[in-house]
Design a protein around this ligand. Structure first.
Ligand code: AKG
Length: 309
């Protein structure tokens, strides 16, 4: 008797946004593929977070500084009557030369996950500690819905990922991250300053239009929880309705095999202009610099080799 020949092939959906790895479970991998983000609970220790907080406080008190680092102030608080300086600080950005904060970007437990999305040659490209202030009544503590790729002149987008770690419990009361799941499968959209009555913080561009029917997911996170997300995922954060300063630390990583692109003639021209103006001011330069040069100066290898970026 002839037995029938049957091929038992297990068919997985195609993967595009994650790479083969031994870390992510099938469910986690499929979740990121489908939704464009993945929360890992309790990834960064409270001890590390407390150390980052102490360094941040020293930056606010001007006891610590570093070349290239940008300290940003809230548009409403900075203009209001006298407030002690650190209270107006919404963000410290580009801390690649400040070891006490930059240590976050090379934490092995974070890089392990980053490698699943972008591969082994990892560069930190953009670093932030976000200190969302209590809203001054003008809703300026909100971060408009946006796609991070708007800010980045390198591709491919699928080999870029953000790690964002809650430095305390973050929920809807103090302005958690809000994401539109699945939007990472779309295109980069036109961004502009939103027309908010109370004003908008510098560089807080928002997506001009997105489908209002896509359900929003509010990410409630505990101290140390970390979300990894794709640079085309539409996201933002809500108003801080509490009296405390809501803190998160983040790093955008890219594979060093990515390539710089020329953003002339694209939707990214407006942000290019702003970034170059800021870089000229920051470094006191007289002549135009290329966007690529500004990014090359702040990118750092945190694992593997530096190839193109
Ligand atoms: O931490 C936040 O409030 C949002 C930060 C964010 O999305 C960004 O800076 O791109």
């Amino acid at each position: 008797m002839k037995t029938c020949d049957v091929d038992f092939a297990i068919v997985f959906p195609p993967t595009r946004y994650t790479l083969d790895n031994d870390l992510l479970t099938t469910e986690q991998r499929q979740f990121y593929e489908e939704n464009g983000f993945l929360v890992i609970k309790n990834l960064v220790s409270h001890k590390d977070i407390d150390e980052f907080r102490e360094v941040f406080e020293k930056v606010c008190k001007k006891e610590l500084t570093a070349p290239g680092m940008v300290v940003m102030r809230d548009v409403a608080i900075a203009k209001s009557e006298y407030v002690p300086d650190q209270k107006a600080i919404t963000k410290v950005q580009d801390f690649q030369e400040l070891p006490g904060l930059f240590r976050y970007c090379s934490l092995p437990q974070i890089l392990k996950y980053v490698e699943c999305f972008i591969g082994p040659n990892i560069m930190s490209m953009h670093t932030m500690l976000i200190n969302k202030p209590p809203d001054a009544g003008k809703k300026t503590s909100r971060h408009p819905m946006h796609q991070d790729l708007h800010y980045f002149p390198f591709r491919p987008a699928d080999r870029i990922v953000c790690a964002w770690t809650a430095m305390e419990r973050i929920d809807r009361s103090n302005g958690c991250l809000v994401v539109l799941p699945g939007t990472h499968k779309g295109e980069l959209k036109q961004h502009d300053y939103p027309e908010w009555e109370g004003g908008v913080n510098k560089m807080y561009h928002g997506v001009r239009d997105y489908d209002p029917n896509i359900p929003r997911v509010h990410l409630t996170m505990e101290k140390g929880d970390t979300v990894f997300f794709h640079p085309i995922l539409i996201h933002g954060s809500g108003m801080n309705k509490t009296a405390g300063f809501r803190k998160a630390i983040s790093c955008h990583y890219a594979s060093s095999d990515c390539d710089y692109i020329d953003v002339k003639g694209t939707t990214q021209e407006n942000i290019e202009k702003e970034v170059i103006e800021l870089a000229l001011k920051r470094y006191g330069l007289e002549s135009e610099i290329a966007l690529k040069d500004a990014w090359m100066a702040k990118g750092r290898v945190v694992q593997g080799e530096r190839n193109n970026l």
